[in-house]
Write a protein that binds this ligand. Structure first.
Ligand code: UD1
Ligand code: UDP
Length: 369
């Protein structure tokens, strides 16, 4: 029996690792061990509950307003004994958070091979997204098995001279997760107050490099459009980051058709996304999910590591400038041709069977090493 450890700590990692954990649990010959760092607390717990995952270890590191240094050092310290004790044959990480990078470094120190799920996403701009671009490049320098979601991410890894025979194009596990969650008879309390003939814009925004002036410009643009559109409602499940919470309430409190709500569990979020007219976000995961739901996305960033969605036509990179955001919103609301072009684009992120491929490749690797 071979032990495979998965390590994750934030909401998006948990959502996209959940299908892998589920697949490991039903694969004979493997002993899965789940470690959560607790980089997120409530937002992680929502995902663990939704997918019914009981971690074997929880480092519980979250601290209100935590710094990057705090996250990294606590994870290195916390994982040290666990890796010494458990000695997994392979350790799986996901994406580009500080949990991803610190867990990879810890595995490297313990001579444990790393499988990186969602490897090869790049902007090649270390400032954007910060610190995620550095996190994923550093992780890929330490990785043995690269699970690239698309051909393009595979090409990115090859450009950096990572060995081609260790890179596997699997699709993105975000699509696997969507297969669990979306249902046709969805109801949520927030929808009760919104008349059926209103359009819903789903908004999320949290990135560190957007906090401050860029986020404020976006929020003011959204407020201005909402105030002038009687049949429009904006629903914003606000990330628990204190800086984001403060600004969202400062700009949006008192506007009747802007609904600030707590982070939704992933079932609610995916179904609300499916019910929305379009989405505005700086989230990575949401950019991957929207094409499968046929929803246009205005990306509130200047760069994206997900150009496949831009090429497919679902994503439009609009940045954070007040006028640009306002104009892009007005265009989607008022130009049905533009809207339908974006809404009917093709999903470039896979067929929803990425987790099966990933686990099979892990098994083959372990059988031969
Ligand atoms: C982190 C990741 C980012 C990812 C995002 C997903 C890093 C450096 N950043 O950013 O890549 O896109 O998660 O959401 O790894 N908080 C709570 N409860 C929670 C979660 C967060 O109160 O369940 C608050 C805490 O005050 C915490 C703060 O949010 O200190 C920020 O959390 P942190 O993980 O440091 O950064 P994120 O912005 O969430
Ligand atoms: N999500 C969620 N509830 C919310 C907002 C987002 O479950 O209230 C999900 C969303 O569907 C996606 C993931 O969380 O799968 C994205 O997480 P986030 O935006 O925090 O991080 P990022 O993807 O930017 O790293």
């Amino acid at each position: 029996m071979l032990k495979i450890m998965t390590v994750f700590g934030t909401r998006p990692e948990a959502i996209k690792m959940a299908p892998v954990v589920k697949q490991l649990n039903v694969t004979p010959g493997l002993i899965p061990v789940v470690v959560v760092t607790g980089q997120h607390k409530e937002m992680l717990q929502q995902v663990l509950d939704a997918f019914d995952i009981e971690p074997d270890y929880d480092l519980s590191i979250m601290h209100k307003g935590q710094s990057l240094t705090m996250i990294t050092t606590k994870i290195l310290t916390g994982l040290d004994n666990i890796l010494k004790q458990e000695r997994p044959a392979l350790l799986l990480v996901h994406g580009d958070t500080s949990t991803t990078m610190a867990a990879s470094l810890s595995a490297f120190y313990h001579h444990i091979p790393i499988g990186h799920v969602e490897a090869g996403l790049r902007t090649w701009d270390l400032a954007s997204p910060f610190p995620e671009e550095a996190n994923r490049q550093l992780t890929d320098d330490l990785t043995t098995l690269y699970f690239a979601p698309t051909d393009l991410s595979k090409q990115n890894l090859i450009k950096e001279n990572h060995p081609a025979d260790q890179i596997f194009v699997t699709g993105n596990t975000a699509i696997d997760a969507l297969h669990y969650t979306v249902s046709h008879d969805y109801h949520h309390d927030v929808l009760k107050g919104i008349p059926d003939d209103h359009r819903i814009i789903l908004l999320t925004m949290h990135r560190r490099e957007n906090q401050g002036i860029p986020m404020e410009q976006v929020f003011r643009a959204v407020r201005s459009v909402a105030e002038n559109s009687p049949k429009l409602d904006v629903v914003y499940p606000v990330h628990l980051s204190p800086r984001v919470q403060k600004l969202a309430h400062q700009v949006f409190d008192g506007i009747d058709n802007i609904h600030l709500i707590a982070p939704l569990d992933v079932w609610d979020f995916h179904n609300l996304a499916a019910r929305s007219y379009f989405i505005m976000t700086d989230s990575g995961g949401v950019q991957e999910e929207a094409p499968s739901l046929n929803k246009p996305v205005l990306v509130l960033r200047n760069t994206t590591e997900r150009p496949e969605g831009v090429t497919a036509g679902t994503l439009k990179i609009i940045g954070t400038d007040y006028n640009r955001v306002r104009n892009a919103m007005e265009e989607l609301l008022n130009d049905p041709v533009k809207y339908h072009q974006m809404a009917n684009a093709h999903n470039p992120y896979g067929d929803g069977h990425a987790a099966e491929r990933i686990v099979k490749i892990c098994q083959q690797y372990l059988a031969n090493n």
